[in-house]
Design a protein around this ligand. Structure first.
Ligand code: PLP
Length: 369
C-alpha cells in the first residue's frame, strides 16, 4: 500500500541500522576529505552539498513525490528559479496581488532584460492573450495574500502547456500538505520555508521542488554559483518543523475556517477573505486544496487607527508580520509601503492554540477598551 505523504515526511531520510541516532545530526563542516577525483555523491566543499540540507530535501520531496533544493530564503529560491527559467525567454507574468518581494525582484531585473508584467491571473482569457503573444514564464501564486484569492492552477497549467510557457507556483501559503501544484501541471514550485512549512517563526529558508531533472540541474547550478545556500542549522530546524506540518496545518485550517465564519457574523467586520468561503473561488478552492490553510484577512468597519487599536488590544494573538507559526499573529497590512490592501484590513495567521481561546481573544479585541 502506498504510504500517505504525512507518514513519509516523518520517516524521510531515516537510517534503520542498529546504533544509528534516531534523529539526524547537523553537518557543519565546510570541507570534506577528498579521494583526489570526485565520484558523484561525495561531499567536497560546503557550497556544493551538505548532508543536513539533503535530509530536509528528502523530506520536502516526500511531500509531493518530487526532488527539492533548499536555499537561504524563499527569495533566494525564487531568484534561482527565475534565472533558470528565463534563460530562453524574458517575459515573466506574475499575479498583480502576488508576494510583493518577488514582484520587486522581477522589477529590479528589468535592467538585466527581464520584462515582468503584473496581470490578473483570474482572467484566463487575458492570460491566454499574453501567452499567445510571446514565450513566457507564468509565475503563479495561490492563494494570494492578503486577499486569499484562489487561482485555477489546473487551467493555468493547461494554458501554459498549450502555448509552450513555463509554469511555476509559489506554494508558500498553502504548502505541499494542502496543495500539490506539480500534480496539476506546474513545472516547479517555490517555497518560503520561513512560513508554515517550518512553522515555528524561528528560521528563514526557502526551497524549489520539481519532477523535471533537467530543470533541477539548472536551478542547482544557480545555487552552486550564486551561492545562496542554506545554513546547516537552519536546515535542521526546518526539518524538525516540517515533520509536523500536516498535523499543524490541519488544526490551523479548521480553526481558521471557524474564525472566518465567526467574523462573517461580527457587526464590526465588513468583509472576510478565506479560501473557499466566497462564491467566486469556492469551487476551485475545494477542488484544489485539502483545506483553506492558516491565513485569513478581514476588513474592519472603521479607520486605520481603529484597526491598529484592535491589533494591539489582543492578549494572545501577537502583533507581528509573517505567518504560519504555531502561535497566532496578526497585523494591519497597509502599514507596509507598496501594499495595496485597504487601510482597515487585518491579516490573521491562525496558530495551533485552542480555537475557543482565539475567538475569545478576537471578540475582546473587537469589543474595544
Ligand atoms: C515570505 C514569502 C516569500 C519570501 O520568502 P523569504 O523566506 O522571506 O525570503 C515568497 N513568497 C511568499 C508567498 C511569501 O509569503
Amino acid at each position: 500500500m502506498e504510504l500517505d505523504p504525512a507518514t513519509r515526511v516523518v520517516h524521510a531520510g531515516e537510517r534503520r541500522e542498529a546504533g544509528e541516532p534516531s534523529a539526524p545530526g547537523i553537518e557543519i563542516a565546510s570541507a570534506f576529505l577528498s579521494s583526489g577525483v570526485t565520484p558523484p555523491g561525495e561531499y567536497v566543499y560546503g557550497r556544493h552539498g551538505n548532508a543536513t540540507w539533503e535530509d530536509l530535501e528528502s523530506a520536502l520531496g516526500e511531500l509531493e513525490e518530487a526532488r527539492a533544493l533548499v536555499f537561504a530564503s524563499g527569495l533566494a529560491a525564487s531568484f534561482a528559479l527565475l534565472m533558470a527559467l528565463t534563460e530562453d525567454r524574458a517575459r515573466v507574468l506574475m499575479p498583480g496581488d502576488g508576494y510583493f518581494g518577488v514582484r520587486r525582484l522581477a522589477q529590479m531585473l528589468a535592467k538585466r532584460g527581464i520584462d515582468a508584467a503584473a496581470i490578473d491571473m483570474g482572467d484566463l482569457a487575458g492570460v491566454e492573450r499574453e501567452l499567445a503573444a510571446q514565450p513566457c514564464l507564468l509565475w503563479g501564486e495561490s492563494p494570494t495574500n492578503p486577499f486569499l484569492r484562489v487561482l485555477d492552477l489546473e487551467r493555468l497549467a493547461k494554458l501554459a502547456q498549450q502555448h509552450g510557457a513555463h509554469f511555476v507556483v509559489d506554494n508558500t501559503t498553502a504548502t505541499a500538505a494542502l496543495q500539490r501544484p506539480l500534480e496539476l501541471g506546474a513545472h516547479a514550485c517555490v517555497y518560503s520555508l520561513t512560513k508554515s512549512s517550518s512553522g515555528h517563526s524561528d528560521v528563514v529558508l526557502g526551497a524549489v521542488t520539481t519532477r523535471d531533472e533537467k530543470l533541477l540541474g539548472r536551478v542547482r547550478e544557480w545555487r552552486d554559483n550564486a551561492g545562496a545556500i542554506a545554513g546547516p542549522f537552519e536546515a535542521w530546524v526546518a526539518l524538525r518543523g516540517l515533520r509536523t506540518l500536516p498535523l499543524r496545518i490541519e488544526r490551523q485550517s479548521s480553526s481558521a475556517l471557524a474564525i472566518a465564519r465567526h467574523l462573517e457574523q461580527h457587526p464590526r467586520v465588513l468583509h472576510v477573505h478565506y479560501p473557499g468561503i466566497d462564491e467566486h473561488t469556492s469551487t476551485v478552492a475545494l477542488r484544489q486544496m485539502r483545506a483553506g490553510g492558516p491565513l485569513l484577512s478581514f476588513e474592519l468597519d472603521g479607520t486605520a487607527a481603529d484597526a491598529d487599536a484592535v491589533v494591539s488590544a489582543a492578549k494572545l494573538i501577537r502583533p507581528a508580520t509573517s505567518f504560519g507559526g504555531v502561535e497566532s499573529s496578526w497585523e494591519r497590512r497597509a502599514r507596509w509601503k507598496g501594499e495595496s490592501a485597504p487601510p482597515s484590513l487585518i491579516r490573521l495567521s491562525v496558530g495551533i492554540e485552542a480555537p475557543r481561546d482565539l475567538i475569545a481573544d478576537i471578540d475582546a479585541a473587537l469589543a474595544g477598551p
